[in-house]
Design a protein around this ligand. Structure first.
Ligand code: NAD
Ligand code: UD1
Length: 325
């Protein structure tokens, strides 16, 4: 996909979504700077583009470091964050320093270095437990964790910087993103990353609750396309957009699909439902479709197939670093 900007800074660019974005930007001929403190990301995620990007091992809590890496950039994609909800509950002060002060630093760096646009990775978590489906952007957000409060306030900071300083920006509320390089190592990692690593090693997964809960899963390359499109819109500055597949699937059905792609018979093991687990989630993506021209190029099945292939490759390469995607 072609882009209309020449140089971009990606915060959190060594992470799961960020590294796919960096690859797409480099493929589009864009000069790319990445700022990441490697607290969750890995340099190996950027292996395929390392000779074509500038990497800054730095922290978004340091304004001067952000200013240095934002120099001459037309746009900042702000993805760096404390992403584990539980970590924001256990340590709300430190995570607020990253997720909120870090976001303010990004906006200040943009203002001081004359960056024209900022795109924020926000989350469907801002909707909280609102049982109405599908979630659409006109609903009043009702965060239920510090993480969701951080994302909601970050969205507002962007809007305010648009109004006060003319900084063009949009926030994208990602639903459940999956794909290669998603880290399965914590029990609170994305369910697809956990199911994939189980499938790749022919083990049975654990399903919490009866498995009839549903989610809106979106393949990472579809998210990258949304980020690139959002980076090129001058419409609706300060606005928010849901980015999901627009449909939902149960966790039982999800495992059936993965198991069948893997030619596997293993029955899942059922455990009691997780406290605080929401039952159903799906985003209305009409607004992104009509304003950002957003479409889901990869179906769930295609995304699962590509993801399984990658996790299988990882199993074959244990001890020899990450494979390229
Ligand atoms: P990730 O953990 O793979 O990526 C986050 C990156 O930010 C990591 O590389 C980490 O090292 C970096 N980082 C963290 N703290 C930093 C700091 N203080 N300074 C500099 N870098 C720092 O997570 P991801 O899934 O790729 O998420 C990317 C963004 O998308 C996040 O903002 C997350 O909240 C948002 N998001 C993700 C999902 C999802 O399903 N994965 C859903 C909604 C929103
Ligand atoms: C996701 C986010 C969370 C955010 C929430 C907002 C991730 C990893 N988590 O949680 O940060 O607050 O959206 O709506 O993106 N499950 C199993 N077995 C497993 C793992 C999970 O059955 O091994 C179930 C969970 O109980 C849940 C579903 O799968 O019902 C999805 O879990 P998960 O991938 O953690 O995402 P969310 O719960 O939607």
């Amino acid at each position: 996909m072609n882009v209309d900007f020449k140089k971009a800074l990606v915060t959190g660019g060594a992470g799961f979504i960020g590294s796919h974005l960096v690859e797409a930007l480099a493929a589009a001929g864009c000069e790319v700077a990445v700022l990441d403190n490697l607290s969750g990301g890995h340099l190996s995620n950027l292996e395929s583009v390392k000779s074509r990007i500038s990497f800054y091992e730095n922290d978004i809590r340091q304004l001067d470091a952000l200013e240095q890496s934002a120099a001459d950039c037309d746009i900042i994609f702000h993805l760096a964050a404390v992403v584990a909800v539980q970590q924001t509950i256990d340590d709300p002060i430190s995570s607020t320093m990253v997720n909120n002060i870090g976001t303010l630093n990004v906006l200040e760096a943009a203002r001081k270095t004359n960056v024209r646009r900022v795109v924020l990775a926000s989350s469907c978590a801002v909707y909280g437990d609102d049982p109405r489906l599908p979630k659409d952007e006109s609903m009043t957000p009702m965060p239920t964790s510090p993480y969701a409060v951080h994302k909601l306030s970050a969205e507002h900071y962007l809007r305010v910087y648009g109004e006060l300083f003319g900084l063009k920006n949009v926030s994208l509320r990602f639903f459940n993103v999956f794909g290669p390089r998603q880290d399965p190592s914590s029990p609170y990692s994305g369910v697809i990353s956990i199911f994939m690593s189980k499938a790749a090693s022919h083990q049975a997964p654990v399903i919490y609750g009866d498995g009839n809960q549903t989610r809106d899963f979106i393949y990472v390359k579809n998210v990258v396309k949304a980020l690139l499109q959002a980076g090129q819109t001058d419409q609706k500055t300060g606005d928010v957009f849901n980015i999901g597949s627009g449909s939902r699937i149960s966790i039982n059905r999800l495992w059936e699909l993965i198991a069948s792609l893997n030619g596997q018979q293993s029955e899942p093991v059922y455990h009691s439902a997780r406290g605080g687990d929401i039952l159903h989630s799906v985003g209305n993506i009409d607004k992104a479709r009509s304003i950002l021209n957003f479409t889901n190029e990869f179906s769930l099945e295609q995304g699962l197939e590509l993801t399984l292939e990658w996790y299988r490759g990882q199993m074959g390469e244990v001890g020899s670093g990450n494979g390229e995607v």
